[in-house]
Write a protein that binds this ligand. Structure first.
Ligand code: ATP
Ligand code: MG
Length: 257
């Protein structure tokens, strides 16, 4: 029996109106994300990738069409319901990690758990476990600007997965990283999501991310124009252990980064 899709997008349209100018960002998108799959959408700048991701993530509303998440139609939901759905079912990873600068790595991962009503002790345990899984056991008490770009993105991955979401939405997650770091981050995102049985939808220009895709789609002018099934079977990716970041000697507080 076929399992129901986690995300089902049907005839999705989004039109922005700026004065008397209208921009059709999405022009009839049909798209399906199945459970635990790793799907990548590429496409030129302005083709509608972020718009699609934000609508699926309930951060933006469509002009027409339907989106269901885990079987529920989100287009008819009230804001309160959407907030709840977002908090419990969706994790976000952005190009610029959006970590809170005054909170440590551990506190950044804990925060969404506490907001979702998890008890402090359980939140701390879960956050530590997630950071350990992304190789950052030795960086729990670092502030974001005491971490490298790749490490910051690992924290963002741990944070996105902390609350057992069914869906991870990532917008250019490697956009700010060099190729090697980007490749590590994609691998970590892949492994961590698989472990949690989460579905991942990534939009990107980065060929490193495309290489990891189980399904690859292309967007152009607000439409999905090409869908290719990836040649390599997904099992072959589930291999590499995540390399932990080693401990580092204590630094003096006055020392610049
Ligand atoms: N808030 C907005 N108001 C008006 N137009 C918008 C808004 N957001 C996006 N657009 C327009 O919608 C179209 C799609 O934008 P979108 O951000 O989805 O593209 P993208 O594929 O993510 O591009 P990039 O690869 O550069 O991030 C663009 O033409 C953009 O100018
Ligand atoms: Mg974009």
């Amino acid at each position: 029996m076929e399992t129901p899709a986690i995300v089902q997008v049907t005839k999705l349209e989004k039109t922005y109106r700026l004065g008397n100018l209208t921009v059709s960002a999405l022009r009839g998108v049909d798209f399906t994300l199945q459970q635990a799959e790793f799907v990548v959408i590429t496409g030129p700048s302005g083709s509608g990738k972020t718009t699609l991701l934000n609508i699926i993530g309930t951060l933006d509303k469509p002009s027409a069409g339907m989106v269901t998440i885990d079987g529920e139609d989100i287009t008819s939901m009230k804001d309160g319901q959407l907030t709840k759905l977002r908090r419990h079912k969706i994790g976000f990873i952005f190009q610029f990690h959006n970590l809170i600068p005054v909170l440590t790595a551990l506190e950044n991962v804990e925060l969404p758990l506490l907001t979702a009503g998890i008890k402090p002790k359980a939140a701390r345990e879960r956050a530590s476990l997630m950071l350990e899984r992304v190789g950052l056991k030795e960086r729990l008490s670092h502030l974001p600007d005491e971490l490298s770009g790749g490490e910051q993105q690992r924290v963002a991955i741990a944070r996105a997965l902390a609350n057992h979401p069914k869906i991870i939405l990532a917008d250019e997650p490697t956009g700010d990283l060099d190729t090697k770091t980007g490749s590590e981050v994609v691998q970590i995102m892949y492994e961590a999501a698989k472990r949690e049985n989460a579905s991942v939808l990534v939009v990107t220009h980065d060929p490193v991310v495309e290489d990891r895709a189980e399904k690859l789609f292309e967007m152009r002018d607000g439409m999905i124009t090409r869908a290719s099934q990836q040649r390599t079977p997904r099992e072959s990716y589930r291999l590499r252990a995540i390399e932990p970041v080693p401990p580092e000697p204590a630094r003096s507080l006055s020392q610049p980064n």
